[in-house]
Design a protein around this ligand. Structure first.
Ligand SMILES: Nc1nc2c(c(=O)[nH]1)N[C@H]1C(S)=C(S)[C@@H](COP(=O)(O)O)O[C@H]1N2
Ligand SMILES: [Mo]
Length: 527
């Protein structure tokens, strides 16, 4: 018996259709979580790609021919549409099943996830984490499916027995629709954006593979054998690209295609200069070894590396542009908005190999180290000089412009400080008392060079370490000091002497605002 005053219950006219829609929203959630996971994990493991490839591989030859006959060269698009239709139909069915016989709908998604996992992990060259996106996808799909199905049931029961329901059916309907539409919208946006991001990164990887770097017009002097000491645990003279430290503000490595890359030199110049990738590669390129370090490097830290850079001197590009006499800074800008303010006179100095670099240790720059083009300026910390993914050089004045880190509490100028580091023995290590122990590491003051390294054990005298051959003033130098410890604990310290005769300061400073200082100190035990 209903009275005239009670609101008419909002009947669920098409519950199966709504359950089917719920299944499709869950499938979208699978797509979104999996694609986001694939993006974060570096593009591998996208179920969309893997399942598509698996279907192509598994399809009998006749089926492939039929696709080509039916759809011509659009067979990939046809395959994709077919996959979407199949996934949609199965997901809709799973939605209906979950409403009628939980948790069998969720189980359908779990089975789909296992198939996706198989498709991903059986692809050649798949890595250990490539299955993660599929697992994330299933988790998201099941959560969304169960949540929306629960909402649908509450609406249905509120409509069926209004007196027993805590909320009127109209409110339950609204809640179901709001949740469903929101989940679908979020999934489409997140999934679509992630897919685009992954596709862009993969396009960049393909562009990078296609690059053939020209031979340098000016080669770097060969690294003499004497530049590398035969000591276990010492940092190699050249840092392999895969071990090179990475520091930047980019949440995601920017994707820049060589075909689209351009450098614009503008600001206080007589002529604006524009340079394409082909223009740059056609110039006589130079090779230089240089040590790059981060202002955030602590004493003894590892935010430093040495590479063989291939590039074109920035000085020569600036000559073309003709900076105005009033200018004293070049604000370089990355495609992602990062900026660095570099003193103009350093970039103009004929004795400084400030490069617009395209190569790192014989390869095109790795994407995370600035592909296709970055700056490298020996003697300056990265934050004021080493702009990756660089696209712009604005000639300006320190009085008029600031690099990214300057308003954030770091110095306007960032020359690298004279420093040295003990690589071996490691802090806390136990060494053999009475035997010869190699205390060894690297020392640097890029652009000035290092002429001496001294080691002190406990409160003993500073002893001269043996230096490896110097390759260039722009790079670090290995050193070793052989020591025969007595039993007990020992404190080891190191300090460098620059080619100018400066002795590395003992004054301890933190990285901010212009680089850490102090002597690297390690405690070891001899037993
Ligand atoms: N586009 C861009 N370039 C950048 C940065 C950045 O955040 N964005 N960081 C700089 C800093 S602080 C350093 S120390 C070096 C590090 O270069 P690497 O990652 O190749 O070692 O890049 C510099 N170039
Ligand atoms: Mo840095």
């Amino acid at each position: 018996m209903t009275t005239d005053l009670a609101p008419a219950p909002v009947a669920v006219s098409r519950p199966r259709l709504l359950a089917a829609a719920t299944g499709i929203v869950a499938a979208l959630a699978f797509f979104a979580a999996a694609e986001l996971g694939a993006l974060v994990l570096g593009g591998a493991g996208s179920p969309l790609v893997a399942v598509g490839s698996a279907v192509i591989d598994l399809a009998p030859p006749g089926a492939k021919d039929l696709m080509v006959t039916l759809f011509g060269t659009g067979d990939k698009v046809a395959l994709f549409v077919l996959m979407v239709v199949i996934v949609a139909v199965v997901s809709a069915g799973a939605g209906i099943l979950e409403r009628a016989r939980p948790p069998f709908g969720a189980l359908v998604f779990a089975v789909g996830g296992v198939l996706s996992l198989l498709a991903v992990t059986t692809r050649s060259g798949s890595g250990t984490l490539d299955g993660a996106p599929s697992v994330l996808g299933v988790a998201a799909a099941v959560i969304v499916l169960r949540l929306l199905t629960a909402r649908l049931r509450r609406w249905e029961s509120a409509a069926a027995v209004p007196s027993a329901a805590p909320r009127p059916a109209s409110a339950e309907r609204r809640a179901f629709l709001v949740w469903g539409v929101t989940a679908a919208a979020v999934a489409v946006v997140v999934g679509g954006a992630s897919r685009l991001g992954t596709a862009a990164a993969q396009a960049t990887a393909a562009a990078r593979r296609a690059v053939r770097l020209p031979a340098p017009a000016t080669t770097a002097p060969a690294v003499p054998a004497g530049a590398s000491l035969d000591v276990e645990g010492i940092t190699p003279y050249v840092t392999p690209n895969s071990d090179f430290y990475r520091i930047d503000t980019a949440l995601r490595v920017p994707s820049v295609d060589t075909a689209d890359w351009k450098l614009r030199i503008h600001g206080a110049v007589d002529h604006e200069v524009e340079l394409t990738w082909d223009d740059l590669l056609a110039l006589p390129l130079e090779e230089h070894h240089a040590t790059l370090s981060c202002v955030s490097n602590e004493v003894g830290g590892d935010l430093i590396g040495t590479a063989l850079w291939l590039g074109y001197p920035i000085r020569k590009l600036l000559e073309r542009a003709g900076p105005h006499a009033s200018a004293d800074m070049v604000l370089s800008r990355s495609i992602d908005g990062f900026t660095a303010g570099t003193p103009l006179d350093v970039l103009q100095d004929a004795g400084t190999a400030a490069l617009l670099a395209v190569g790192m240790n014989g390869e095109p720059l790795p994407p995370e180290h600035g592909f296709p083009v970055r700056m490298v300026v020996p003697g300056l910390f990265g934050y004021v000089s080493a702009t990756k993914w660089v696209t712009e050089l604005e000639v300006t004045r320190f009085a008029d412009a600031q690099g990214y880190w300057t308003p954030r509490g770091w110095s306007e100028r960032g020359p690298v400080k004279l420093e040295s580091r003990i690589d071996t023995p490691r802090a806390g290590a136990t060494v053999d008392a009475g035997s010869t122990v190699a205390i060894a590491g690297v020392a640097w003051q890029p652009h000035t060079g290092v002429k001496g390294v001294q080691v002190r054990v406990g409160d003993g005298a500073w002893e001269e370490a043996t230096l490896a051959d110097s390759v260039s003033a722009d790079t670090w130098r290995q050193w070793v000091y052989r020591w025969t410890p007595t039993k007990g604990s020992h404190r080891i310290q190191v300090r460098a002497v620059s080619a100018d005769g400066e002795v590395q300061t003992s004054v301890e400073r933190p990285p901010a605002p212009n680089g850490a200082s102090g002597w690297h100190t390690v405690e070891v035990r001899a037993a």
